[in-house]
Design a protein around this ligand. Structure first.
Ligand code: ATP
Ligand code: MG
Length: 249
């Protein structure tokens, strides 16, 4: 019996992935992948193209079902939990994607607002559409969302639509939204990919600060070791669906 959403979220410190296997037809995407993480920390996941990194995050986040193995959060087995159940129990996971998933018909500010933790029982669309009823709350939410855009170097893009933004800007916009949710564990798929060179260091510092201030686990995929090595407290390498932890110098 689960004790309720607040308990899971407030105490979420441990994610345990055990012996995950996943095939796509004849392709072995994951082969007995196991690891255990404790928040806070920054956890890097590196590996060549096709080594299974995205599939691993998809399974941990409930978007893909593994053939076998389990995902435990604070000892609760969430392997087969649907997205709805995860939301209902406030699992505290956030996710960004290799190819950013944004709302095309919404401005950058509105896209970030989606991540704003409106009070219980108020969904983001109710809050955004019900301007009168939620007016005050929405006004402060907008201020917070603007600050979040500024932090990600997107202060001038508030009214831009995703199609008007570069790939790197869209990556940063998705991260802005995800971090606003204050996840206890955040799973970022290649967050530095496409991000303008001058902003990579700033983004790395932001993620480090987020992990420390929110006591969260920040899990980062990149296929370039040099990108994540310096900011990661632990580093994992995938190769042909197998995962090993690398010693940190
Ligand atoms: N939905 C799918 N259908 C078929 N094969 C898939 C599917 N998803 C992933 N694969 C295959 O599983 C393997 C692992 O893919 P995955 O996307 O997890 O790798 P990755 O490490 O994220 O690669 P990249 O660095 O290119 O993003 C690859 O061979 C890929 O082609
Ligand atoms: Mg990938």
């Amino acid at each position: 019996m689960i004790g309720g959403s607040s308990r899971i979220v407030s105490n979420l410190v441990q994610v345990r992935v055990s012996r995950i296997c996943k095939h796509f037809g004849g392709v072995v995407a994951l082969d007995n992948a196991s690891f255990e993480l404790f928040a806070p920390g920054i956890f890097g996941f590196v590996g060549e193209n096709g080594s299974g990194k995205t599939t691993l995050f998809d399974i941990v986040c409930g978007l893909v079902r593994p053939d076998s193995g389990s995902v435990l959060v604070n000892k609760h087995d969430i392997t087969t939990w649907s997205a709805t159940r995860r939301g209902k129990f406030g699992l505290g996971f956030g996710r960004s994607f290799q190819h950013p998933r944004l709302f095309a018909s919404m401005t950058a500010l509105e896209n970030v607002l989606v991540g704003y933790p409106f009070s219980k029982g108020t969904s983001w669309d109710e809050a955004i559409l019900g301007r009168v009823k939620y007016g005050e709350q929405l006004s402060s939410a907008r201020d917070v969302a603007r600050q979040q855009l500024d932090l990600l170097g997107l202060g001038d893009n508030e009214r831009s639509y995703p199609a008007e933004m570069s790939f790197g800007q869209r990556k940063r916009l998705e991260i802005a939204r995800v971090l606003l949710e204050q996840p206890r564990f955040v799973w970022l798929d290649e967050p530095f990919s496409g991000v303008e060179q001058g902003l990579v260091t700033r983004l790395a510092e932001l993620l480090t600060h987020f992990s420390e201030s929110a006591s969260s686990g920040v899990c980062i995929i990149d296929h370039r070791m040099e990108v994540v090595r310096d900011i990661s407290t632990r580093l994992f390498q995938l190769h042909n669906g197998k995962i090993v932890e690398l010693a940190q110098s």
